[in-house]
Design a protein around this ligand. Structure first.
Ligand code: GRF
Length: 228
């Protein structure tokens, strides 16, 4: 029997929602003993909204185009999210730059996943940039969100090899498959109280996390498998 939900997670999306779907599945199987309390999209046509509805999750659509500026949009997001009382807010392909109006109320409980090995390639077109640079590996990074775009402290990183024939599309597919493993895991650690953010940076079990984040699969996977 899956464990009872012990944490409330709100997910912000703008599109496809494959990471959202990974969270839905992890909650369903009990791998992530949590409840997705709300999914918010800034786009009414985001495919991920249907995944949420199909799973019986409450959804909200807040169109950024209805607001004069980023701060007004962010204030509306905060108001809606606060009604849902999340313990953790995860950005999963949410394609809006957030201001401190949003980030401050959720500081320390706001995560993002970025499709590169941060600090390499913040911003867009990460896979093409890795290919163009001749990188032998690419990957994805879960990080705490701070006002610096894709610049908050990394938490967990997974690597994939870049093949000679890779295109941005094929590389993105390979990276996505590891995203679906690391993002729910980072959320689990957060809800277990193992992952924290303070003035000194991100910590795991009280130890400072290295600048690139913990590397996946983590060494403690062996301990978990042994039932410790
Ligand atoms: C992922 O590549 C993630 O790293 C980035 O946006 C994409 C979202 O994909 N932040 P999906 O909507 O979860 O499928």
């Amino acid at each position: 029997m899956p464990e009872q939900p012990s944490g409330r997670i709100a997910v912000l999306i703008s599109g496809r929602g494959s990471n959202l779907q990974a969270f839905i599945e992890a909650c369903k199987t009990g791998q992530l003993p949590a409840q997705i309390c709300l999914v918010v999209s800034n786009r009414a046509d985001a495919a991920g909204l249907q995944c949420a509805r199909d799973a019986g999750i409450e959804v909200a659509c807040i169109a950024h185009t209805d607001y004069a500026d980023r701060e007004g949009f962010d204030a509306a997001l905060v108001a809606r999210l606060q009604q849902a009382q999340p313990d953790l807010v995860v950005l999963a392909g949410f394609m809006r730059i957030l201001t401190p109006v949003f980030i401050t109320p959720f500081a320390g409980r706001l995560l993002n996943i970025h499709p590169s090995l941060l600090p390499k390639y913040p911003g867009l077109h990460t896979h093409q940039r890795a290919i163009d640079a001749g990188d032998s590996e690419a990957g994805s990074t879960v990080h705490f969100v701070t006002p610096e775009l894709d610049g908050g402290p990394p938490v967990l990183q997974a690597r994939v090899a870049v093949g000679a024939n890779d295109t941005a599309y094929s590389l993105a597919q390979r990276v996505l498959s590891v995203e679906h493993a690391i993002y729910p895991l980072a959320a689990l650690w957060f809800l277990q109280g193992r992952l924290t953010l303070d003035q000194q940076g991100a910590h795991f079990d009280g130890q400072k996390i290295p600048a690139c984040g913990l590397q996946y699969p983590p060494p403690l996977a062996a301990d978990s498998a042994a039932g410790h």
